[in-house]
Design a binder for this molecule. Structure first.
Ligand code: FAD
Ligand code: SF4
Length: 508
């Protein structure tokens, strides 16, 4: 078909905001639900449902505003499994002379869109994503002249640049940049107190239709659909934000790292999926938290801790992804080669902590940061699972999973596969850490204090085995010296016993 000068705006499933700069000029919008996006990793049904439901709601909102929209639902285009194929086939049958897109967060998707436009002979304009505080240039300027990248310093720069929690004299509000020394508390024996019922969002008609479509198209994929109740529109997401600020933020900091059986959400915000899909702007989330501090509703420890996650960690990991992809994906600094144990998909293991976290993950598509880092992530690291398999699991199972944020968190922070780009040392601990921060060990057949014998906790056995195996490469890291000194106290026969127990765990 002869091309005109009309511009087609491509909107991806995690670009659901017409406040993005790319929306400033276009003639029509194109959106597509393609099976390939749920199959390139074995995406859970709940994650796919969230994306598709939010997309259909967004498209409906655009239609109501009179926007011309070309939308392909799941299964409407059976010959095109991938986004690139679907776009290319659409362009070939249309007269659009230009394609515009907000820069995709995911490296793979940008490659697909470029190839599709090239093949259809239509130029592609990539508009920078202005929904973040920082740009690729900001991160490049931060990297300049630094041997090591650390979130804390980037975060301070962001606080100063954007005037967040800063006093008029240029000092950080409350006199400190970081209040974690007052946070990270475990619950007492009685567990969490004062948990208000969470505001949830039962499926409306559109979501119910998506649930049916996904159940049919993704038969056999992991995850349950009977509990789906995530925000799928900007107004839902805003209500979720307001409810979090009102009810949970005051306690967010103190118990941010604590875990408790049967309590998947505790005082966490559950906002990552809404922010990542752009139903919420990170600036409105940070502003709401800061306002809660200024009005005296929430203490500085909680507000600073929360703001750091978004203005610090979220922006920092995006910078890492942009700077180090695509080679980052191939990193495996510790040479880990074990396959991912099957209990990551079904929770069938005697390890109570893993069973709890995997079961809630498959039910709700959610686990909080410490559950991801210090239970499932820690176990995979100690077991020696291939980091790419670990990455694919995290990308598949969480409702907030998009590669630019998931990959540095998994490969870097949790698996140390990037050799220290994200984290200054591997996050390794024995089962005693899980015992201190949760009640999981109370209901477990293993003993976190034990590294030998029938009741030896697999985390504890594998921790010592990990240190012994990587002793040489970790020696140069001053932050590991105390852990390695403790290792030196073990006798040769202790180490042999641990090695044998670790082998048994890995082959079980
Ligand atoms: C192995 C691993 C994989 C992860 N994969 C993802 C992912 O796919 N998508 C994702 O958004 N986060 C990921 N995280 C970071 C973090 O665990 C989640 O953002 C958080 O648990 C989401 O729950 P919440 O919204 O209740 O967060 P809260 O605990 O309430 O935190 C508030 C917000 O801060 C941001 N945030 C917090 N920690 C991080 C972090 N480390 N990196 C980036 N942003 C952060 C999120 O936007 C989050 O909503 C991962 C962490 C680990 C250790
Ligand atoms: S004893 Fe070990 S395996 Fe069992 S819950 Fe505690 S840390 Fe997990």
């Amino acid at each position: 078909m002869a091309q005109t000068d009309k511009t087609l705006l491509v909107v991806l499933g995690d670009q659901l905001s017409d406040r993005l700069r790319a929306f400033s000029s276009f003639d029509a919008v194109w959106m597509a639900e393609v099976l390939g996006e749920s199959k390139h990793v074995w995406s859970s049904k709940i994650r796919t449902t969230l994306f598709l439901s939010a997309m259909r709601h967004f498209a409906e909102g655009l239609r109501d505003k009179g926007v011309e929209i070309h939308y392909r639902k799941l299964g409407e285009d059976p010959d095109c499994e991938s986004l690139g194929e679907s776009l290319c086939s659409f362009l070939e049958g249309s007269d659009f002379g230009r394609v515009r897109v907000t820069r995709p967060g995911d490296h793979r998707v940008l490659g697909e869109l470029k190839a599709a436009c090239l093949s259809a002979g239509v130029p592609l304009e990539v508009v920078e994503d202005d929904s973040f505080y920082s740009s690729a240039e900001d991160f490049a300027a931060h990297r300049e002249g630094r041997k090591q990248l650390r979130m804390e310093y980037f975060y301070r720069e962001m606080r100063k640049k954007h005037g967040v929690l800063m006093d008029a004299d240029g000092k950080p509000t409350g006199g400190k940049w970081n209040f974690d020394a007052s946070n990270r508390k475990p619950f007492g024996k009685g567990g969490p107190e004062r948990l208000a019922p969470r505001l949830r969002f039962p499926p409306d008609e559109i979501s119910r239709e998506v649930i049916q479509d996904v159940d049919t198209a993704l038969t056999g994929h992991p995850g349950e659909l009977s509990h789906f109740d995530w925000p799928v529109t900007p107004s839902d997401a805003l209500r979720a934000l307001e409810s979090f600020i009102e009810n949970e933020l005051p306690l967010f900091g103190a118990y941010q790292d604590a875990m408790w059986s049967g309590e998947p959400y505790l005082s966490h915000s559950l906002l990552a999926s809404s922010i990542n899909l752009k139903l919420l702007d990170p600036r409105e989330v940070v502003d709401a938290a800061v306002a809660a501090y200024e009005s005296g509703h929430a203490p500085i420890e909680s507000v600073e801790g929360f703001v750091r996650q978004i203005l610090g960690w979220r922006e920092f990991v995006r910078g890492i992804y942009g700077a180090f992809m695509p080679e980052y994906l191939e990193r495996n600094a510790l040479g880990a080669r074990e396959p991912l144990p099957s209990f990551y998909w079904d929770g069938e293991t005697e390890m109570n902590c893993i069973r709890e976290v995997v079961t809630q993950t498959m039910k709700y598509g959610y686990a909080h940061h410490i559950q991801r880092l210090m239970v499932t992530g820690l176990y995979a690291l100690l077991h020696g699972v291939d980091p790419k398999e670990v990455h694919e699991w995290y990308l598949a199972v969480y409702v907030d999973a998009v590669e630019w944020v998931e990959l540095p968190n998994t490969l870097g922070m949790s698996q140390y596969a990037d050799g220290g780009v994200m984290a200054s040392k591997p996050y390794v601990a024995t089962g005693k850490y899980i015992k201190r921060m949760s009640n999981y060990c109370d209901g477990c057949q293993y003993n976190p204090d034990s590294r030998t014998g029938e009741d030896a906790c697999p985390f504890t056995v594998l921790y010592w085995d990990f240190l012994n195996k990587h002793r040489t490469s970790l020696k140069g890291n001053p932050r590991m010296s105390m852990q390695l000194r403790n290792l030196d106290r073990l006798s040769q026969s202790d180490l042999e016993g641990i090695g044998e127990a670790a082998r048994k765990i890995r082959t079980k």
